[in-house]
Design a protein around this ligand. Structure first.
Ligand SMILES: NC(=O)C1=CN([C@@H]2O[C@H](COP(=O)(O)OP(=O)(O)OC[C@H]3O[C@@H](n4cnc5c(N)ncnc54)[C@H](O)[C@@H]3O)[C@@H](O)[C@H]2O)C=CC1
Ligand SMILES: CC(=O)C(=O)O
Ligand SMILES: [Mg+2]
Length: 524
């Protein structure tokens, strides 16, 4: 029986009335005589397409999902390339920025620092008939590249979970979006009369740590089969909470592990194309390669931040930068990106800087002079923070670039040849990784499972996609890809001994794949 949440107001405070509605075959006369399912799908698409602004489309789709989730996901699956930029990046970035203005109705759980001591009680208020199996949890402290948005980060949890349903067939009723409210340090939100979160600055780290300990313990108690995805925590917290909880709970951090996996996958495919063009072996790439020791691989990676090339002699640095800090450079600080490229001579350039224009004409021309097929991945989100645009990369590299960006760009024609931008976004990874972890009942998410998801994705290109120089499969095939990734993840979980579905161990790959497909939810 579907659960219905009705907001009611009492003394200026909103409460939710929770009721169970009978399976709805509306009473005769309530539906128009000629309401046909297929025609209604066309009607919904026409309503969507009649809106000019993407944020209006987002609001429309959000309401459609709430009113008729079968129709929403049916349309989504049939129009993935059109829907993904609306329910996810870049539009979800605008939805977050404007969340306190566009808010309509409850869609997930808000748990605030004021709830400390009674988090378990609040989790049990989640009014779904089905046990939660996957939760995306953010604290809103680094939403895409947009900074600390506080509780305005909720749409990112909702958007990622919509992609779990659309992309991997996770049952909608088993998804749980959560936004933690530990304050915000963004004055604009604190000053906004419509802001939906606590009007206070972020709590100190020791207070947050104690809150997170209680939160994670209560999540495991309330939802014993739950997989947790940490999303868009500011970088230090992202690393810290991944390390703190990863051996105790089934969880992964999408921005660290999902992104690492999707970049590796695109890089493997790009490096094959680049090596074919240059005649240089794969192991020559200056970034990361299979078959090398940790130290040999690390040697090939150079990290640049807002102060330039990161090297030991530069002075104190954040903990997470130390591993890749160069020991072999002792000159004056190298700040300019073109200058750094001329020093390093990289084959690949990855951007996660949130700086629009960081990959300018000089950067791309220098990369192109060094490499017949330069690998250039501007990965920052949303689109307006991308380090460069696809058409710029195509033009400045004379059509030779191997390109993937965090947010989508339109295809480009160069000298009569169509060129397709890859979308190097963790959305290719987390649905399949999550599905594999859930179906194998993994007690934790190991690095080997994340690596398997990456290699599974890299292998998923069809001959046709390879011939078109694609680095990632077409998004329309997301269900098929997620199935292949889930199989790879289940096998890795079994190998690591963290699976708790013994029946799957004795099945062949074809049988496990059939099992995965059978468990994908489909809109009616
Ligand atoms: N494509 C994808 O799947 C993903 C993309 N991202 C995107 O990556 C971006 C960064 O996210 P985080 O790493 O979490 O943020 P962060 O704030 O921790 O890192 C940003 C880094 O950029 C550096 N930086 C700033 N200005 C720079 C400049 N001019 N040149 C070089 N480096 C500069 C900073 O020093 C810092 O190290 C965001 O836009 C986010 O949306 C994040 C996760 C997944
Ligand atoms: C894609 C993603 O997770 C991010 O930009 O944060
Ligand atoms: Mg993220």
């Amino acid at each position: 029986m579907p659960i219905v949440l009705t907001p009611v107001w009492s003394n200026g405070v909103q409460k939710l009335k929770v009721t169970s509605a009978p399976p709805s075959k509306p009473a005769h006369g309530l539906l128009p005589p000629a309401l046909d399912d297929n025609v209604h799908a066309q009607r919904c698409l026409a309503q969507l397409r009649s809106k000019d602004k993407s944020i209006e489309k987002y609001i429309y789709l959000n309401q459609l999902k709430d009113a008729d989730h079968n129709m929403f996901y049916r349309l989504c699956l049939a129009n993935m390339a059109e829907f993904t930029p609306l329910i996810y990046t870049p539009t979800v970035g605008d939805a977050c920025l404007q969340y306190s203005q566009i808010y309509r109705r409850p869609e997930g759980l808000f748990i605030s620092i004021k709830d400390k001591g009674k988090i378990g009680q609040i989790l049990r208020n989640w009014p779904r008939k089905e046990e939660a199996r996957i939760s995306v949890v953010t604290d809103g402290s680094r939403i895409l590249g947009l900074g600390d948005l506080g509780v305005n980060g909720m749409p990112i949890s909702i958007g990622k979970l919509s992609l779990y349903v659309a992309g991997a067939g996770i049952r909608p009723e088993s998804t749980l979006p959560i936004c933690l409210d530990l304050g915000t340090d963004t004055q604009r939100h604190l000053d906004d009369p419509l802001y939906l979160g606590l009007r206070q600055r972020r709590v100190p780290m020791d207070v947050m740590d104690a809150f997170m300990d209680e939160f994670m313990e209560e999540m495991a108690a309330a939802f014993p089969k739950l997989l947790i995805q940490f999303e868009d925590f500011a970088t230090d917290k992202a690393f810290g909470y991944l390390e703190r909880f990863r051996d105790r709970h089934p969880l992964f951090n999408d921005d660290i592990q999902g992104t690492g996996a999707v970049v590796l996958s695109g890089f493997i495919n790009a490096a094959k194309l680049a090596s074919a063009a240059s005649g240089r072996p794969l192991s020559d790439h200056r970034i990361l390669l299979q078959g090398l020791s940790d130290d040999e691989a690390r040697e090939r990676i150079y990290l640049v931040d807002s102060q330039g090339l990161i090297f030991d002699g530069r002075g104190p640095m954040a903990e997470h930068k130390k591993y890749f800090s160069r020991k072999d450079y002792n000159g004056p600080p190298l700040k300019d990106l073109t200058e750094i490229i001329n020093y390093v001579k990289p084959t690949a350039l990855l951007g996660l800087s949130t700086i629009k224009g960081a990959f300018n004409q000089s950067v791309i021309e220098t990369m192109s002079a060094l490499n017949p097929r330069p690998i250039i991945f501007p990965l920052s989100n949303p689109v307006r923070l991308s380090e460069c645009e696809f058409h710029e990369a195509v033009e400045w590299s004379q059509g030779n670039v191997l390109f993937a960006s965090g947010s989508p760009f339109p295809e480009e024609e160069f000298n009569g040849r169509m060129m397709y931008p890859g979308q190097g976004n963790n959305m290719y990874i987390f649905p399949g990784l999550g599905l594999g972890a859930i179906l194998s009942r993994a007690s934790k998410v190991t690095d080997s499972m994340v690596e398997a998801s990456s290699l599974g994705l890299a292998d998923a290109l069809t001959a046709d996609e390879r011939a078109a120089d694609l680095l990632y499969p077409r998004i329309e095939r997301i269900r098929e890809i997620s199935g292949a990734i889930a199989l790879a993840v289940i096998r890795a979980a079994q190998k690591a001994g963290v699976d708790r579905s013994p029946d799957l161990r004795t099945k062949s790959d074809a049988e496990v794949l059939a099992f995965v497909r059978e468990h994908m939810w489909n809109p009616q």
